[in-house]
Design a protein. Sequence first.
Length: 193
Amino acid sequence: MDLAPAGLEDFTEMSSPSSDEDPPPMTGPTPESTALLNRTFTDKPPREVRTSFVTADASIVVDEGVSERTAGAAVTWMADMRQVYAQCPAWTVSAGDQEIPLQVVDPADDPSKPLEVEQRFGDEALMRTMLAGSPGQQARITTLLVRQGDRVLELTFRSLVTEPGSAAETQLHTAMGKFLALAPAKFLGLPVD
């Protein structure tokens, strides 16, 4: 796919999607939240297509996925995701012998303005940013979920945490804006912003 016409010539398609693998086990603040996290993040729809893009220096990875779910299942899954973010401001991911802490950024403090972005898309949308890892070595993971009927678009941006006002932060927010304009139209037939 040629992204140059959209001003995304820095990105190339990865040969295999970076988010194809099953997520590792997660531990929440309570046994109930642990069960919710693991059920929600391992929920696999019957039909799904994924594509990943990466910058030449691998500083930003963008995963796009669209899934077709059985009648009513997309609504339930979106409700579960809302519950995850409401009940789990932080959790731990077990990757091999490592325990990686994740923290959800309060939407009011997120420069991506998730609550404004959510209002632009589909029957419903949910966008949150998480910080993964130890301070000083944290990754930023921003995910937008858009439901249109029984279809769900997942658009995830992964990068290292950048300094406010830096060139890297500007590059990330510019790329996010361009992908946010393209992906819902491409996958869900929604109007391009």
